[in-house]
Design a binder for this molecule. Structure first.
Ligand code: G3I
Length: 380
């Protein structure tokens, strides 16, 4: 996004926040509808629904954050309705892609692309939203300059430290929590994931400790998370994450939390979505290590087209289970959905025949899933 557009967006939304069009968890003192009539030039003002029914207000009343991942629509075509829904419904934001190596550190060892992530962080600040940073060491989405160079352990450690210093340092004081290491554990075996990972193959498992320590040094106030999927149900992978983090704690490695991505699928036999009890047990297991819990990438996909009413019902129940479980565990402080609306979700591209996994449809209309989340947060 050109910087002028980013600045214009920050300005208009800052004004919106100041004149009480939204962005306050406690709600505006002047009804949003009246304010927008007072200043019709502010096209990003939202007139409905009443602020007290919005997810961010409901979550804040429970001392939780409710967040959303934003991606191409936010940084590209950026319809006003998209921004207003993001600002009014959510009090946390994360970049679906633009803080990853392949975006923010795409062009070369000493070149960074700050424009898009800076615009997102400014948007968050203008609208009273926390920022989650995603992610600093992953086996995917690494730039060609990195993956096509032959490194030895020592040179690659320096490159990883430079990246963490630069990115975490750039956003020092502005990012509430960072996914430091993402998806380091193999499915099935629970072993260290090496395939595709320059970090694991060249540095070895010590890259994990290194990244966390470097992040703590770069911003002592931000919370440092390990983030992964398929940890929500008991099993080998969950056990492996537990052992890994226990080891980090024993070695004095700074780690503050664990992110449960929570990409779920409603299967034809009704399986796929964890119950509230399963999630509470999982969250409590990791909270006992002194960790904060974030649900970092929530979506629940169903068959498309043709999901049955039973499948759709399992989906809404799933969203309810996740929210209820988070509210039942004091260490669980945030829930983030992985995309605003179904049209920009990663699901159809990765799981053909599945989709409709989020809270809003392509016209930014609230779905039954939204109502389930709202109700679980204590709304009507
Ligand atoms: O940036 C290129 C662009 O230059 C090109 O024109 C375009 C054409 O396809 O592709 C763009 O890259 C895409 C990128 O998203 C940015 O839009 C990649 O092809 C696409 O594979 C990539 O997908 C992302 C995926 O991570 C990569 O694995 C999804 O948007 C993103 O939602 C997804 O997020 C991950 C989390 O980071 C970690 N947990 C799993 C989750 C879902 O896979």
């Amino acid at each position: 996004m050109p910087r002028e557009i980013a600045i214009s967006r920050i300005f208009s939304l800052t004004l919106c926040a100041v004149i009480a069009c939204g962005g306050s968890d406690s709600g505006p003192t002047v009804p949003a509808e009246k304010t927008c009539q007072q200043d019709p030039s502010q096209s990003k003002c939202v007139t409905t629904p009443p602020v007290t029914t919005m997810l961010r207000s409901l979550a804040a009343a429970k001392s939780r954050s409710f967040g959303v991942a934003v991606d191409a629509t936010f940084f590209g075509t950026n319809p006003a309705a998209y921004d207003t829904v993001v600002a009014h419904e959510f009090n946390m934001i994360v970049a679906g892609n633009v803080m990853k190596w392949s975006s923010i550190h795409r062009d070369g060892r000493y070149q960074y692309r700050w424009t898009n992530p800076d615009a997102m962080v400014a948007f968050a600040q203008a609208n009273g939203m926390k920022v989650r940073g995603h992610t600093l060491a992953w086996y995917q989405q690494n730039p060609a300059w990195l993956t096509s160079t032959t490194w030895n352990p020592e040179t690659l450690k320096v490159v990883l430290k430079e990246h963490v210093d630069s990115v975490v340092g750039h956003y020092k004081g502005k990012v509430a929590a960072w996914d430091i290491v993402n998806e380091a554990i193999n499915d099935g075996s629970g072993t260290l994931r090496t395939t595709g990972s320059p970090w694991a193959t060249t540095i070895g498992p010590s890259y994990i400790d290194l990244a966390f320590k470097e992040a703590r040094a770069a911003d002592p106030a931000t919370q440092l998370f390990y983030n992964d999927y398929n940890l929500e149900f008991p099993g080998v992978k969950q056990d492996s994450a537990f052992a890994m983090i226990s080891g980090m704690k024993a070695r004095g490695v700074p780690i503050d939390g664990i992110g449960f991505q929570s990409h779920f699928q409603v299967n034809a036999d009704g399986t796929g979505v964890p119950s509230k009890d399963v999630l509470v047990a999982t969250f409590n297991r990791f909270a006992a290590l002194g960790l904060k819990i974030h649900i970092t990438e929530l979506d629940i996909r169903v068959r498309t087209p043709g999901a049955t009413s039973a499948e759709l019902s399992a989906q809404t129940q799933g969203f309810s289970n996740v929210v209820s479980a988070c509210l039942a565990v004091s260490a669980c402080e945030a829930i983030v959905v992985w995309g605003l609306n179904d049209g920009e979700s990663w699901i159809p591209g990765t799981f053909p025949g599945y989709g409709q996994a989020l809270l809003f449809d392509d016209s930014f209309g609230k779905k039954a899933t939204y109502n389930a989340v709202s109700a679980a947060l204590g709304g009507s």
